[in-house]
Design a binder for this molecule. Structure first.
Ligand code: TYM
Length: 341
């Protein structure tokens, strides 16, 4: 067994919807990069999940490429990890079916994200939207994943994946690893700039609500200038003042400085100065990512090579797992090799 395969397995994914933004970086991508050495890591572009809301095919294709280049630009290393596209590995949909047969509909009806999306996509409440968390469980369980780095909003989905693993194991034997979420202590839920009581979202129709990873310094300045802050003018973290607390969190995570030290540095200073400095911090942080992104976007053959190799590695691993699953459930094993004659 290679050194790589002896490490515990980590898997995470992002849907190619909207624009990849700072909340996705802080809640997920940053931790993918921080953990990639310690784990046997798989990073998935979960394009099938994106189909649960209406997509325009040329836009989806462009976005898929952009997201993959942003994974790399943020520091996800294709030489040390498996990077692949969900739709390139049929095992995800195959395991989805099996897990569907173990999932009571009542458990899915309780899912917060389903309830929210049913409201925001009233004319398209499709089966995929309902089944979304089971496909996510399939992504995770298919590789024996032990750790799943995600933001706070995915906690409930992770809980379902854990329940399904335990339910399957209790009925059919010890096949699945029960996955643990890895949710960062700071930045697990970056809030919207215009409405700091709701989560920052990459598919928000109002672009002023988020800082995209590809935003120019000017756009960042405009967005932060218009970001909602609370009454008063003190730069202090306070749950009752979600606007300034959210900006403090952003400052703290990106500069890797504890919130109380940021507060001290801005003691006696106003929102204007703080927002200007946060603009500099974010623009300075995103500039190099945008530079690397442009380089990767200019190298389609390199991206294709990563995806070809990633899909081959993920397929091989998923097929081995599916064989074990089928075997445990009493399905006739798939017979390999050529037919005689
Ligand atoms: P998605 O595409 O909505 O979000 C990608 C990741 O970003 C995190 N995130 C946030 N973190 C902090 N603050 C925010 N405001 C914020 N918004 C989003 C999300 O928690 C997520 O980690 N269902 C998943 C994709 C998925 C997946 C998987 C993840 C599919 N299969 C298997 C892990 C393992 C999702 O919708 O992510």
């Amino acid at each position: 067994m290679s050194e790589k395969r002896k490490k515990p397995v980590l898997l995470s994914g992002i849907q190619p919807t909207g624009e990849l933004m700072i909340g996705n970086y802080i809640g997920a991508l940053r931790n993918w990069v921080a953990l990639q050495d310690q784990y046997d890591s798989l990073f998935v572009l979960v394009d099938l999940h994106a189909l649960t809301v209406r997509q325009n095919p040329p836009d989806l294709l462009r976005r898929c490429r952009e997201f993959l280049c942003l994974y790399l630009a943020c520091g996800v290393d294709p030489d040390r990890n498996t990077i692949f596209v969900q739709s390139h590995v049929p095992g995800h949909s195959q395991l989805l079916w099996i897990l569907n047969c173990l999932t009571p509909m009542g458990e899915l009806k309780r899912m917060t994200q389903f309830k929210e999306k049913s409201c925001s996509h009233r004319t398209n409440i499709n089966m995929g939207l309902f089944d979304y968390p089971v496909l996510m469980a399939a992504d995770i369980l298919l590789y024996g994943t032990g750790l799943v780095p995600v933001g706070d909003d995915q906690k409930q989905h992770l809980e379902l994946a854990r329940n399904l693993a335990e339910r399957f194991n209790a009925r059919f034997g010890d096949i699945f690893t029960v996955p643990e979420p890895y949710i960062p202590v700071t930045g697990a839920r970056i809030m919207s700039l215009q409405d700091p009581t709701s989560k920052m979202s990459k598919s928000d129709n109002n672009h002023l609500n988020y800082i995209a990873l590809l935003d120019s310094p000017d756009l960042i300045r405009q967005k932060l200038r218009r970001a909602v802050t609370d009454a008063g003018n003190r730069i202090r973290y306070d749950a009752a003042r979600p606007g300034i607390s959210n900006l403090l969190n952003l400052f703290s995570v990106i500069t890797d400085t504890p919130v109380d030290l940021v507060e001290q540095a801005y003691d006696g200073k106003g929102y204007g100065e703080f927002k200007n400095d946060l603009t500099e911090v974010l623009a300075g942080f995103l500039g190099p990512i945008q530079g690397r992104y442009a380089e990767f976007m200019a190298e389609p053959p390199y991206i294709e090579k990563i995806l070809r190799e990633g899909a081959a590695a993920a397929r091989a691993r998923s097929e081995m797992m599916l064989e074990k699953i089928h075997d445990a459930m009493g399905l006739i094993p798939f017979i390999r090799g050529k037919n005689p004659g």
